[in-house]
Each structure stands twice: as structure tokens, then as C-alpha cells.
Design a protein around this ligand. Structure first.
Ligand SMILES: [Zn+2]
Length: 411
């Protein structure tokens, strides 16, 4: 299995990397830089910061303003990271460069969803937008689509910064009333993929010139990439002045796990941390003229995926199977996209035939996690659906094995 840098770090970047590695507890030699760099174990983003944030929090009380972020929850244990405010500002300035490349202009009014808090780095979005010169329209609370539509209209928003799952309830409402939001010319998504079917569906409700773009950042590792006008679905330019990216465990096609080192994170270093995404490098130079490397995303690695815009641990679906004590081949769950919303479907002859089992499965599903039940009540995911599992609809793996879970959203 091959591992390699996406772009060779410059001499100056190497010096920063050596210092970060030292902070992280590893020695990287200048003479044999690449080899000794690869001796640093690749960390799982689940727990890399754990050993740092507590001691750094105590250590650095008088060293300026700091802020906590958490992106945990989906795997049980919350995970925190701690940033100096100067780190936040540096990250946001670079993230703002991504918004400009996506097409945000000083003349725009940008409506942005989400509420700042420990679980969200939303306020870094405001800081990033300040680098575009555009007017910021913070939507905040996402629970009332009707008032959001009014705000978009009243303030003539021309750009929406939104997760596809948060846009779906808005679209449903304007579709029902036969209206459009003609002033909106650019939609920048993030947090989850924008599936082609959703984009086609959204398209007719905005300006005929509507353009969809996306940015990529995580609370754990900072801003990573953005789409220029030439980027296709799932393709991103990389912020190569901030992120040193590696693709680990590459297969013959060069597809592997995205691993990042953030040169701007010094308080809690981000050194060789997996983002949980499968990617490959696009070898061709981009027609837009920007020379930074480009990557194409091929989905999440492991068992964590985005459902209704939030991270969800697929292992938790086993709780249904265990509670109903179903044999494996009597049970398949699919995750599909229906009218812009994520839909779990449980395929099982036994559950379909037995209404009390259906009731039980539904109750377990609704209560698997606080997050899932909140999403259900907000209507950003659809309730569990039941289908009979039979020869016509069971899908086996390419090697002919029964699979207990399938994600068909990108297909
Ligand atoms: Zn480009």
C-alpha cells in the first residue's frame, strides 16, 4: 500500500512540519525527511486531540484567547479540540479565499444556515465570509422554513450557504406554493455531498443562471478545499498553503484515505490525521489556472456517514437487528435519497409480515440516537420504511456476499 504527499511541501513548510511533529511527540529528521515523517503513525480523527486539549487548556490560560470545538457524538465519546483565536482567524481567511473562488462577490448577500455552538464551527463561516466583502445574512435557527423564505426574500439574498438536507424543507415549501427564489444565483453546499438528483430537483426553484459549488472543511482539521468553476461533482482544489495532504493506503488506482496535517494548528497539533474520506488525486492541471492540487472524493471510509446532514454511525443500525434477533440474511437496510431527504428502508420478510415487529423496529430506529430522533421530528430525514426482502430486491456484493447495509444515494 502506497502513501504519498499530494504536493511536495516547500522548504519552509517542512520546517513547520518538523516543529509540529516535535510538539506531537515525534522526531522528524531533516536529512531523511520523508522517511522519518512517515514514521509518525496516522491518527484517527476520533481521538487524536484527546491527549492534548486538556493539558493545553490548563497550560495556556494567559496566552491569549482560545476556543473549543467538538465534532463528536456519532461514535459515543465527544471529541474536543482547542484553538487559539489567531488560528481561527488564519483558517477563516483561507476558507474565505475558497468562498471567493466559488464565486462569492462583494455585491452578494449571503444567507448562511446553522447556529454557532460547541458542536458547530459556524461562526468561522462568518469570519471567512468577511474576507469576501459580501453582506452576511445569518439564518441561525433552521426549524421554520416559512420565515427563512421570508428572510431570503426581504434581504434579497443572492447566495445560499447551506447543507442539502437543510435546503430540502425550503424547497418543499416553495414547491407547494408554486413560488421561486429568482434572486438566488449561487448555492454553496458543505457538510454533506450534494447528490445529482437533488441538484436537478433544486435547480428549477432559483435563478435560471443558478450555479452549485461546494467547500470542504471539518471542525477537527480545519478548511481543506473548495470548488472553482471547472471542478466537477466531488472535485476540490486544496488549500495547499495551509494543509499538507497525504493519501494513505492507496490501491492500484491511487484511491486511499485522506490524511491531513494543518500547518496553522499549533495549540493542538493536527499531524497526520485521517479525515475519514476516500479520495484520489486528479493528475491533470485545472483549466481555471489555479495551480493547487485537486482531489476527487469517493465517499466516506469506515462506518460513519452523513445522514440528514449529521454524522451517523452505521453500526448503530445493528441495534435493530439485535433487538429483533433477526438472522443476517433476513435483514438488509438501504439508505436512499427520496425527494431530497435521506430514507432508511428495512428489507425483511419477517418484519413486513409481522406488524408488532414493524412497530418494534420503528421504535428502536426512532430512539437509536437523540440526533436521529431530532432529525425525524424536524423532518430532515424520512421515517423508517419497510419492504419485503426477496430475490428480486436483495443486492449482493460484487463477490456475491450478502450485505446488511447499502447506501444508494450517490448511485
Ligand atoms: Zn480549478
Amino acid at each position: 500500500m502506497k502513501t504519498g504527499f499530494l504536493a511536495q511541501p516547500s522548504e519552509e513548510q517542512r520546517q513547520t512540519m518538523i516543529k509540529l511533529a516535535h510538539e506531537y511527540g515525534y522526531c522528524v529528521a531533516e536529512i531523511d525527511f520523508e522517511k522519518s515523517w512517515k514514521n509518525i503513525p496516522v491518527a484517527d480523527c476520533k481521538n487524536h486531540a484527546g491527549k492534548f486539549w486538556e493539558e493545553r487548556h490548563k497550560d495556556s490560560v494567559r496566552k491569549g484567547s482560545r476556543i473549543f470545538f467538538s465534532s463528536g457524538g456519532s461514535t459515543g465519546q465527544p471529541k474536543y479540540t482547542l484553538l487559539n483565536f489567531s488560528e481561527v482567524e488564519q483558517n477563516s481567511a483561507i476558507h474565505g479565499k475558497g468562498y471567493r473562488a466559488c464565486g462569492v462577490l462583494p455585491s452578494d448577500v449571503v444567507a448562511t444556515w446553522g447556529t454557532p455552538g460547541i458542536m458547530s464551527s459556524e461562526f468561522t463561516v462568518y469570519l471567512a465570509l468577511s474576507h469576501t466583502g459580501a453582506c452576511i445574512l445569518p439564518i441561525g435557527d433552521t426549524s421554520d422554513p416559512k420565515s427563512i423564505i421570508e428572510i431570503i426574500r426581504n434581504f434579497n439574498a443572492s447566495v445560499l450557504l447551506v447543507m442539502p438536507s437543510d435546503l430540502s424543507p425550503i424547497i418543499a415549501l416553495i414547491e407547494a406554493s408554486g413560488e421561486r427564489l429568482d434572486n438566488v444565483r449561487l448555492i454553496i453546499t458543505g457538510g454533506e455531498p450534494l447528490y445529482e438528483a437533488d441538484e436537478q430537483r433544486f435547480r428549477s426553484f432559483f435563478s435560471p443562471k443558478i450555479v452549485f459549488r461546494s467547500v470542504f472543511q471539518t471542525s477537527d482539521t480545519g478548511t481543506i478545499g473548495y470548488q472553482c468553476p471547472c471542478c466537477e461533482r466531488g472535485e476540490y482544489h486544496v488549500h495547499d498553503s495551509l494543509q499538507i495532504l497525504e493519501i494513505d493506503n492507496q490501491d492500484e488506482q491511487g484511491v486511499g484515505d485522506l490524511v491531513t496535517t494543518n500547518l496553522g494548528r499549533k495549540l493542538v497539533p493536527i499531524v497526520r490525521v485521517k479525515t475519514g474520506d476516500r479520495v484520489f488525486e486528479i493528475p491533470e492541471k485545472c483549466a481555471c489556472g489555479i495551480s493547487s492540487p485537486r482531489i476527487r472524493f469517493l465517499g466516506r471510509s469506515g462506518r460513519i456517514c452523513k445522514v440528514g446532514g449529521e454524522k451517523f454511525d452505521l453500526n448503530r443500525l445493528n441495534e435493530i437487528k439485535e433487538a429483533l434477533t433477526l438472522p443476517v440474511d433476513d435483514f438488509q437496510i438501504t439508505l436512499s435519497r427520496e425527494e431530497g431527504l435521506d430514507q432508511f428502508t428495512l428489507l425483511s420478510n419477517r418484519v413486513v409480515q409481522d406488524s408488532s415487529l414493524q412497530e418494534q423496529a420503528k421504535n428502536i430506529f426512532d430512539n437509536i440516537s437523540q440526533k436521529l430522533s431530532t432529525q425525524l421530528s424536524r423532518g430532515v430525514i424520512r421515517p423508517l420504511k419497510f419492504l419485503a426482502l426477496d430475490r428480486t430486491n436483495v443486492v449482493l456484493s460484487p463477490s456475491g456476499k450478502f450485505v446488511s447495509f447499502r447506501d444508494t444515494r450517490g448511485i
